[in-house]
Design a protein around this ligand. Sequence first.
Ligand code: NDP
Length: 333
Amino acid sequence: NRRVLLKSRPQGEPTLANFDVVDAPIPEPKDGEYLSRTIWLSLDPYMRGRMSEAKGYAANVNLGDAMVGGTVGQVLKSRNPKFKEGDFVVEYSGWQSHAVSNGAMSMKLDPDAAPLSAALSVLGMPGQTAWWGLMQIGQPQARETVVVSAASGAVGSVVGQLARLHGCRAVGIAGGKEKCDYVVKELGFDACVDYRAEGANLFKALRAACPKGIDVYFENVGGAVQAAVVPQLNDFARVPLCGLISQYNEMQMNPGPDWRLLLVKRALVKGFIVSDHFAEMAGFWKEVPAAVKAGKIKYREDVVKGLDNAPEAFIGLLKGRNFGKLLVQVSDD
Ligand code: NDP
């Protein structure tokens, strides 16, 4: 069993030295459990929080334990009547090639309904995050302007396309020309601002892209991007506070937006964690899979081959090196 363990806690940016890649015996399922081989491992920004000691919304990974993470696997042996050999499952096996599970957090997948990896991207946790945050907190109304940061990524790409489907002007913020071109030309956003190229001109570039101001800001990054957006919020704007990826490696948080502006604009800012809402996804299942099938919501996956390459890929995710949902192919589909 190939496993990637947390060896030490990062100070600032994670490095390869924070991880240990080891071989261990393949575990045997006990009564009520099954053994699966991992096919796809999802790498997600929240994993940075699990590596640290700071208190988060979920338990941190202990030193010497395998890194946690969402996976798609195939059942090899089962002593649980709900899962049989050969079944495909979306599960939470972490950074390892094999795992036993009691199935409490596992869901069977139909390999003919959609590519297996989609269960970790557009049809999985990131897609549900986009839908829940935008629809439940953002409450987009036709002809409003919706801005989303990390726009080419797993969550942001779905936010902007959903906003368009609901009659809004969708404006992305992303790093680099290639990502911005993709967001506009492939995903159909109305505009995309390259925050890396604009630098200190970000405020102006955003104003040009949002002539009527910003009604919904789906926050994924924080920092300088947030500082450029908040003064451009319209009265009664809604801000689904989804992530602050530019801050995850910082030893000290930046001071955040000017609260006076939020008061004057009567803005709603609401943080949310998607796992609190997995039971409230009826609207997601009604809307998103059909839109994906019809090509109205497109998605892109950035696939890294081999579990041993997971640490390097994860380090890159926190610097914007990925282009699309970052996945590790651990074994063949
Ligand atoms: P992405 O696929 O969007 O990948 C991360 C992207 O973030 C990078 O590609 C990069 O895009 C951007 N980024 C990385 N570092 C920085 C930086 N220093 N400054 C600005 N941008 C940066 O990831 P996800 O779609 O999975 O996640 C997006 C956000 O959503 C994250 O903040 C994540 O924590 C959050 N999230 C929250 C959930 C919740 O329940 N609240 C659930 C899932 C995700 P670029 O090159 O364009 O800058």
